[in-house]
Design a protein around this ligand. Structure first.
Ligand code: GLY
Length: 427
């Protein structure tokens, strides 16, 4: 088989790696710009939003199916386009991808199908949002969100209504997020710990992956600005059997009902961002694709062939296959360019990768020059180690990270520290 993967970050490197492990796969192609992926896939120099050229490529190269990594092409309708050309593609249709592309649409979906989430109000005009904030308790903690896709920058946690007003002004008046901030949501703040529940789904059936926990802030102890994610581990001990059951009953089954009632063709990955408060799961967000870096932690645990899973998704018979996972735990640490998520410098040689013997390397922002690898992005690479228990996986991953060096390298030293605090006996 020949498979085309759209996107070329660390997430897509792990997806290409997993496909390349399948004995059914002859060749993986990857549309994107990260040279480091070339150890498992042939890079294709086509813009990930140029659907016409991508579809032409898929036809010309007799691609069996295409797999979409990032949200932007999904939100722009790559699945609808490919299908209109008779090409197989894994991912939700444009309308279903609104579950991620519009936070207001997503909240309305949750309300309609009784899915637990924070109370919210949405606004299209700055004055209406400010008047609303004038009328509420000024010490109330709030969350301000841009409605549209904002590359992880659209969520503001505000300690009081004054900072909420500032956030609203930045989004709606200064337009710092562009069109993503035409509409905003103001939500109540729910205090708790976050989990990423990822599922495979054919729109009717679903299969849960081991729940992961991301580390969104740049620095240890969840300090500093938000990033795309600085590390992840799975399965998270917080995701106990009883919590997973609640997630299934209160969230996933209702999502499936909603998708069918709304007639949404959703064949792909759904990422349910959950916050656990008082032992109850509430949905923070839906993403219509694999998470980054959750995927780099989760896919190495997948024992089954990802090709079989994708075929079952495409054939709408996901219920007919058994998906197996390895026992044990996986921890992924992201190595970033110093300065990220703000301005950073690139072009530094990455040294020490050849010494990594006990972990997987997923490259995210890299360039090859004269047979050497250089940094070329904010998140440069992720290192994933597996072991029987979390403590051993953490020790192993950091022993491998210590072998790598590039100028201005930054990484968190506390990935999975929360897991060591949470109980594991209910797994
Ligand atoms: N790790 C967060 C995300 O993929 O959206």
């Amino acid at each position: 088989m020949k498979i085309l993967v759209i996107g070329s970050g660390g997430r897509e490197h792990s997806i290409c790696w997993k496909f390349s492990q399948s004995h059914k796969v002859k060749k993986v192609f990857c549309a994107g710009t990260n040279d480091g992926i070339s150890n498992v896939a042939q890079l294709v120099d086509i813009d990930i939003c140029d659907f016409e050229k991508l579809a032409e490529f898929a036809k010309r190269n007799k691609i069996d199916f295409t797999f979409v990594g990032p949200e932007i092409p999904l939100s722009l309708g790559i699945v609808d386009y490919f299908e209109s050309k008779g090409l197989k593609i894994v991912g939700p249709c444009k309308e279903a991808a609104k579950l991620e592309a519009s936070k207001i649409y997503s909240k309305q979906f949750m309300e309609k199908y009784g899915i637990p989430t924070a109370k919210y109000n949405s606004f299209s005009y700055l004055d209406d949002a400010l008047n609303f904030l004038d009328k509420i308790d000024k010490d109330k903690k709030l969350v301000v969100k841009a409605d549209g896709l904002a590359a992880g920058k659209g969520v503001y946690i505000c300690g009081d209504s004054v900072s909420a007003k500032n956030a609203v002004k930045q989004i709606m008046h200064e337009k710092i997020l562009g069109d993503a901030g035409i509409n905003v949501l103001i939500e109540e703040f729910i205090c708790g710990e976050e989990l990423s529940y990822l599922i495979f789904t054919d729109g009717k059936h679903y299969s849960m992956m081991p729940a992961a926990q991301d580390h969104k802030r740049i620095n240890d102890n969840d300090e500093g600005p938000n990033t795309g994610g600085m590390g992840a581990y799975a399965p998270a001990p917080l995701a106990s059997k009883s919590l997973n059951k609640k997630v299934e009953e209160n969230i996933l089954k209702k999502v499936m009902t909603g998708l069918q009632k709304e007639n949404l063709d959703y064949r792909g990955i759904l990422y349910v961002g959950v916050i656990v408060s008082g032992g109850e799961p509430y949905v923070l967000e839906f993403n219509c694709r694999f998470g980054d870096p959750e995927t780099q932690a989760v896919l190495p645990l997948l024992e089954s062939d990802l090709v079989d899973i994708c075929q079952a998704i495409l054939d709408r018979n996901l219920d007919k296959i058994k998906i197996s996972w390895k026992k044990g735990f996986s921890v992924c640490v992201v190595l970033a360019s110093g300065g990220y998520p703000d301005a950073y410098r690139s072009g530094f040689e990455i040294k020490g990768l050849e010494d990594i013997k006990e972990a997987l390397i997923f490259l995210a922002g890299t360039k090859i020059k004269d047979a050497k690898l250089f940094t070329n992005g904010g998140r440069v690479l992720g290192i994933t180690a597996l072991d029987d228990d979390i403590k051993s996986a953490v020790d192993k991953v950091y022993s491998q990270v210590a072998l790598i060096d590039f100028e201005n390298m930054h990484y968190r030293k506390d990935i999975a520290a929360k897991a060591l605090k949470n109980k594991t006996e209910d797994l």
